[in-house]
Design a protein around this ligand. Structure first.
Ligand code: HOZ
Length: 428
């Protein structure tokens, strides 16, 4: 495959952008090779600057659930952009967006729009601290809630991909307020709560983890967290940046049938524009400024172009809930095909999947937490990644990321992906 233009752009990028990329996981650092520079995308396909076409399993790390350049979204952006790209004053669009989200997520009374998932999670823990008057939070090893200081402790995604143990610049004081536990270890959380009784403001979790590959909550785990939080006056925060509007109109809360106290969004909510949000019950969210004194703000929060993009996509998802069934059927078709190919190959592997989130770990044991994800043969994943890329299949460049399916994928695309896997395995 000719990627000479990507190579030239990557060398040029490194002269003016740290590591040549504006977000570390794009750099291919753990899988090796040159990041592919994109020119355009349509539906399920990415096209690079050398004219190569790829079947996309990243979907911009989640947002493009109906495929790239989805026409109703593009049309709405074009229509609104002529009025202004930002006012710094409220618009009716923001109310429509909040009302739409409330209609899809019944336990959200108040919702504040921000510009990224990081901002949403960072603000949610500030709200939890302001509301409870407590300082500490519990997060899970391998979960990633964005790059705010409090979350960069045993984090997943790029932090795990690059094996960063302690992030310089994050003070010991901030880290000391972040307690961590293994995902799916309810007894471990109970022990932490017992040791720090009355000090914990919130437990924040990806209800289906996507930042150490895809990892499912064990039966009873999330329900156990809910019960513990109720007993101890701790707020349960679902980071639905990946799962929100992806697993169901009501996200993981709807699928798992567990209500969080606060929920955070990103990715799908903005249809590819920089959007995040945090929300919850009125009694909690009313601490947020200017209603309360937990300060949180943003020049571009509720930006009109971002709002119309997100509003248009969420409206499609709300009005056509069959999309979720289609996405799940496609993902199961892929899972079964990959399973057949990998079992014929005869080496150990694990496929985890829920809804349209899926990933492969080259592991001989079930992958249920960060320790088991990290113990997998991730060098083998890197070889698999490149073998697939060379065959026109664009997977996340790390075993510590979930794949995201988009509904523009056809059966033919899925068959090509399964065939590419069969062909790739011979070299692993
Ligand atoms: N949360 C996304 C992947 N885990 C973000 C991608 C990025 O960090 O660029």
């Amino acid at each position: 495959m000719n990627i000479s233009n990507s190579k030239a752009l990557f060398s040029r990028a490194q002269e003016s952008i740290p590591g040549g990329v504006n977000s570390p996981v794009r750099a291919f650092k753990s899988v090796g090779g040159t990041p592919i520079f994109m020119q355009k995308a349509k539906g399920a396909y990415l096209y690079d600057v050398d004219g190569n076409q790829y079947i996309d399993y990243i979907a911009s790390w989640g947002p493009m659930i109906l495929g790239h350049a989805y026409e109703p979204v593009i049309k709405a952006i074009q229509e609104y952009a002529v009025y202004s790209t930002s006012y710094g004053a409220p618009t009716e669009l923001e109310i429509k967006m909040a009302e739409l989200i409330k209609s899809m997520v019944p336990n959200v009374d108040l919702i504040r729009m921000v510009s990224s998932g990081t901002e949403a999670c960072m603000s949610a823990i500030r709200v939890a601290r302001g509301y409870t008057g407590r300082n500490k939070i519990i997060k899970f090893e391998g979960c990633y809630h964005g790059h705010a200081d409090s979350f960069l402790v045993k984090a997943g995604s790029g932090v795990a991909t690059f094996n960063i143990q302690a992030v310089p610049g994050v003070t010991a004081g901030v880290s000391a307020d972040t307690l961590t536990c293994a995902y799916n270890n309810l007894a471990g959380v109970e022990e932490l709560v017992d040791t720090h009784r009355g000090e914990i403001a919130a437990i924040i979790i990806e209800p289906v983890a996507g930042n150490m590959g895809c990892i499912l909550p064990a039966p009873g785990f999330i329900e156990g967290l809910r019960k513990l939080c109720d007993q101890e006056g701790i707020l349960l925060i679902f980071d639905e940046v990946m799962t929100g509007f992806r697993l169901a109109p009501g996200g993981a809360q709807e699928v798992l049938k567990v209500d969080a106290d606060l929920v955070t969004y990103g990715k799908v909510i903005g249809a590819g524009m920089p959007v995040g949000a945090f929300g919850g019950r009125k009694e909690i969210m009313q601490v947020v400024s200017p209603l309360g004194s937990v300060y949180q703000a943003g020049t571009l929060s509720g930006n009109p172009i971002a709002m119309i993009a997100g509003y248009t996509l969420l409206t499609e998802l709300k009005n056509n809930p069959g999309i979720y069934k289609e996405l799940e059927e496609k993902t199961l078709y892929l899972k079964n095909g990959l399973d057949t190919a990998l079992s014929a190959w005869g080496q150990p592997y694990v496929i985890n999947q829920l809804g349209s989130m899926i990933s492969i770990h080259f592991s001989e044991h079930p992958v249920t937490d960060f320790t088991t994800a990290a113990a997998a043969n991730n060098a083998r994943f890197a070889t698999y990644f490149h073998a697939m890329l060379n065959r026109g299949i664009y997977l996340p460049p790390s075993a510590f990321e979930s794949w995201f399916l988009n509904n523009a994928l056809t059966k033919e695309d899925l068959d090509k992906t399964i065939q590419a896997t069969e062909a790739s395995l011979t070299n692993l």
